[in-house]
Write a protein that binds this ligand. Structure first.
Ligand code: MTE
Length: 427
C-alpha cells in the first residue's frame, strides 16, 4: 500500500510550512515561540544525549515492572536494547517468512509503553474539521467494540523509524548526528488489521474544510530540556489520512502488543514511523494546519542545502540488509546462500544487486514478494580466501530511487539510504 506523495500533498506541506512561519498555525499545547526556542535547547540536549552510552533496557514481563520502557521480553538473540528502544537483529530474520514475528519486531518509545485498559479506552475525535466542531472536552467517541464492528481491513505494511541506519552516518561518513544510533534493525513489516482512519473520520463528521489530522498517544508526555512537549503527536495531511492509513488493533493475527500500541494504533504504510502514533486516544481534525514538535523540531531535514525551517518528511527511503550477524563467520571453500531484504517507502523494489568483493551482480528476487512493501532476495557465494571481507547490497525501487554510496547529510541523521558495508570473516 506504499505510494508516492501526490502533488497536492507536497503543496499542502509547503503551504503548511509558510503558515507556521507566519504564525498562523495551531500548535496545541505548545506556543510557537516555545517551539522556536526549543530548537536551540534541543540541539544542545540531543548532542549531549549522543555522547551518552546507550542505557540497557531490563527485560520486563507484562505487569511485573510497570516502570520499564518496554514490556515484552528482549531476547538478546532477537533484539538489541537501545535506551528506551530495541532494534531487531537482522540475523534473527534468517529463515523467517515475509513478516517480522511480534517477538522480534523493533520498538521505538519516546518514554515507555503504557498499560492501557481496553474497556475504558476511547478514541476521541474533535476539532474544527468535523461537523459542529466538537471540542476536546466533548468529542465524538468510539470504543473498541464500536471500532471492531466497522468493516475491517488488512494491510501488510512497512514500519520504519526515520533514524534507522543512523549509526552509519558516523561509521561510513564520519558525520555525527545526535539521536538513537540504530543499525538497520529499526524496521519491520507486519500484517496489520483494523479499520480505515478515513472511515472513522467520515463517521465522525469530516468536513470539506479539514486540512490536517493529528493523532495523539496516551503514553507519558515527552519531557526534554526541562520542557514538557506533551503527548507524542504528529499531523497528517487529510489527503494521506483518507488514503491508506489504518487504525490497527491486530498485528500478525494477534491483538496489538503492549509495546506496539495496545489497544489501537495508527499505521501509515511506508511513512516515517513517527506518523504511526501508538496507543492513540485523542485525534484532532482541523480546518487550519496543525503543528507539533514532531513535525517542526524533530523528524524534519535540517542542514546544508535545506530550507532554513527544514524540509518535511513523508515516505521512507530505499535500504537493503543482509539477514546476517555483523561480523558473521562464513566457511571458506563452500557455497553459501546469502539472504537479505530491500525496501522503500515510496514503492515496491524493482531490482537488487549484491557485491561480495568482485563487482556488482543481480540478486535473485523472491517472486512471491513482488509488489509488496519489502523484497526478499538471495545470492550464491563461494568465498575462497580466508580473511575479512565486506558484503554490499543495493536496491532500486519502482520510482527509480536507488542507494547512493553516500547518504545526504542532515543535522538529525534521518533517512540513511547509502549502501551499507557489512563485514564478515571467511574461515
Ligand atoms: N507513538 C507514541 N504514542 N509514542 C512513541 O514514542 N514512536 C513512534 C511511533 N509511534 C511513538 C509512537 C516512532 S518514532 C516509531 S518508529 C514507531 O512508533 C515505532 O513503532 P513500534 O514501536 O511499534 O515498532
Amino acid at each position: 500500500m506504499s505510494r508516492t506523495p501526490s502533488p497536492e500533498e507536497t503543496d499542502h506541506d509547503g503551504r503548511r510550512a509558510r503558515q507556521w512561519l507566519a504564525g498562523r498555525a495551531h500548535c496545541p499545547g505548545v506556543a510557537r515561540d516555545d517551539l522556536l526556542e526549543l530548537g536551540s535547547a534541543m540541539a544542545a540536549l540531543t548532542a549531549a544525549a549522543a555522547e551518552r552510552e546507550p542505557v540497557a533496557v531490563t527485560p520486563a514481563p507484562v505487569g511485573v515492572d510497570p516502570g520499564a520502557p518496554i514490556a515484552k521480553p528482549l531476547r538478546p538473540d532477537l533484539l538489541r536494547p537501545l535506551e528506551t528502544n530495541a532494534e531487531m537483529r537482522w540475523a534473527a530474520m534468517a529463515g523467517q517468512g515475509y513478516v517480522v514475528p511480534n517477538d522480534r519486531f523493533f520498538v521505538r518509545n519516546h518514554t515507555r509503553s503504557p498499560r492501557l485498559d481496553a474497556r475504558s479506552w476511547r478514541l476521541r475525535l474533535f476539532g474544527t474539521g468535523l461537523a459542529g466542531a466538537p471540542t476536546r472536552d466533548d468529542p465524538v467517541e468510539f470504543d473498541l467494540d464500536e471500532l471492531r464492528r466497522l468493516p475491517a481491513e488488512e494491510s501488510t505494511a512497512l514500519l520504519e523509524c526515520a533514524g534507522n541506519g543512523r549509526r552509519f552516518f558516523a561509521d561510513q561518513q564520519d558525520e555525527h548526528p545526535p539521536g538513537v544510533a540504530w543499525d538497520l534493525g529499526g524496521v519491520g513489516v507486519a500484517r496489520w488489521r483494523g479499520v480505515r482512519l478515513g472511515a472513522v473520520l467520515r463517521r465522525a463528521g469530516l468536513t470539506a474544510d479539514a486540512v490536517d489530522v493529528m493523532p495523539e498517544g496516551l503514553d507519558p508526555h515527552y519531557v526534554t530540556g526541562g520542557v514538557d512537549l506533551g503527548p507524542v503527536r504528529r499531523p497528517l495531511p487529510v489527503a494521506k489520512a483518507l488514503d491508506d492509513v489504518l487504525l490497527a488493533y491486530e498485528m500478525n493475527g494477534e491483538p496489538l502488543g503492549v509495546d506496539h500500541g495496545f489497544p489501537v494504533r495508527v499505521v501509515v504504510p511506508g511513512w516515517i514511523g513517527i506518523a504511526s502514533i501508538k496507543w492513540v486516544g485523542p485525534i484532532e481534525v482541523s480546518a487550519t494546519p496543525l503543528f507539533s514538535p514532531w513535525n517542526t523540531r524533530f523528524y524534519r531535514m535540517f542542514g546544508p542545502g535545506r530550507p532554513a525551517d527544514g524540509a518535511d518528511l513523508g515516505a521512507q527511503c530505499v535500504k537493503s540488509a543482509f539477514e546476517l550477524a555483523w561480523d558473521a563467520r562464513v566457511p571458506a571453500g563452500t557455497q553459501v546462500l546469502l539472504r537479505g531484504r530491500s525496501w522503500s517507502g515510496a514503492g515496491p523494489i524493482a531490482r537488487v544487486e549484491v557485491d561480495t568483493g568482485d563487482g556488482w551482480r543481480p540478486a535473485d528476487l523472491v517472486a512471491a514478494d513482488r509488489g509488496g512493501p519489502w523484497q526478499r532476495w538471495t545470492v550464491r557465494w563461494r568465498p575462497m580466501t580466508p580473511g575479512r571481507c565486506v558484503l554490499r547490497a543495493r536496491a532500486t525501487d519502482v520510482t527509480g530511487a536507488g542507494q547512493p554510496d553516500r547518504a545526504d547529510r542532515n543535522d538529525l541523521g534521518y533517512l540513511f539510504d547509502a549502501v551499507v558495508r557489512h563485514p564478515v570473516t571467511v574461515r
